[in-house]
Design a protein around this ligand. Structure first.
Ligand code: SF4
Length: 306
């Protein structure tokens, strides 16, 4: 089984991804600023970029846990002795300080919190790692998956560009590895379970693995591993029909997004006015671009919400 990703020359074409369509579906204006911000003429480019790059506490906890898991797996690939848990947690703490010191947080920028509660952050990261170390997956990696560790794909670089039935798409997997004749795909989650959304995500991983490595659906086992608040797994069994349905969905979603392009081949958007706001208090409070839509502040703007 050859687990080497194809590489692709740059093309300006719109590339589908689950997160791109999710943003498109939530709010067209958020989608515009996220994917076409450099076309905005009423805001300085640096401002859109700064807002887009802003992070949040839950997002950053996810990044830290993913990077610590990546370091753990790379270490396990070279050395299968038990880890020193104390050093593992120290490493996570150091990474946490590093990540949190160099980023702008939405909670602070929009004055949603007076400061970041680093004790709560450390505690949450530690719970995720504790849950992982105590889980069946951890022991299974040591006992079984390790036998073929030279073929592990751990956080493959780049954006996970692939082709799904000829369509440009992005699907980045956390960890993909062979066990016997099967392919397992694990995705770590540090947020709450959303079985419907995450099951769809698993079918997407299977479609990408099937397309990239020419593996039939029944040999692919994608799994979500929830690490917070408690360890839990979500698995789906994949059929060829699931993959076909998924490709149909990607085709429709790509077409939906392309309908907002002035120039579809070059992925140039229509004017910003074609991307309406979808004001909703919970959505806007969690949106990095709220100051562009509501310069008077969300509290003052509340009356404008439907
Ligand atoms: S603040 Fe609200 S309306 Fe504006 S882009 Fe964000 S989600 Fe959309």
């Amino acid at each position: 089984m050859d687990l080497t990703y194809d590489t692709y020359d740059f093309t300006p074409h719109l590339g589908w991804s689950a997160s791109r369509y999710e943003t498109f579906d939530k709010c067209k204006r958020m989608y515009y600023y996220t994917y076409y911000g450099r076309h905005a003429t009423h805001v300085p480019p640096y401002k859109v970029r700064m807002l887009k790059d802003m992070t949040s506490v839950p997002l950053e906890i996810g990044n830290i846990v993913h990077d610590v898991m990546e370091a753990f797996l790379r270490r396990l690939q070279k050395d299968d002795t038990n880890i020193d848990e104390q050093r593992f947690f120290e490493y996570a703490r150091t990474q946490t300080r590093h990540y949190f010191s160099r980023k702008t947080f939405r909670e602070i920028y929009y004055r949603q919190a007076p400061s970041l509660d680093m004790d709560a952050v450390d505690s949450r990261v530690q719970t995720c790692l504790d849950n992982f170390i105590g889980s069946p997956v951890y022991h299974w990696l040591f006992m079984k998956a390790i036998r073929n560790r030279e073929n592990w794909l751990i956080e493959p670089g780049g954006y996970g560009e692939t082709r799904l039935d000829g369509m440009k798409a992005y699907c980045k997997m956390d960890f993909l590895f062979p066990v016997d004749k099967h392919i397992y795909i694990l995705d770590w989650k540090t947020g709450r379970k959303d079985a419907y959304k995450h099951s769809g995500q698993l079918v997407g991983y299977a479609a990408a693995a099937s397309a990239s490595f020419h593996i039939p659906a029944h040999l692919i086992f994608p799994k979500i591993v929830y690490l917070y608040p408690a360890f839990e797994e979500l698995e789906v069994s994949i059929t060829e029909q699931d993959l076909k349905d998924f490709l149909t969905r990607v085709r429709h979603q790509t077409e939906d997004m392309l309908s907002y392009c002035e120039d579809r081949d070059s992925n140039v958007p229509k004017e910003i006015d074609s991307f309406p706001l979808s004001p909703s208090e919970p959505l806007c409070r969690n949106c990095n671009f709220q100051e562009l839509c509501f310069p008077e502040g969300l509290d003052t703007a509340k009356a404008r919400f439907g």
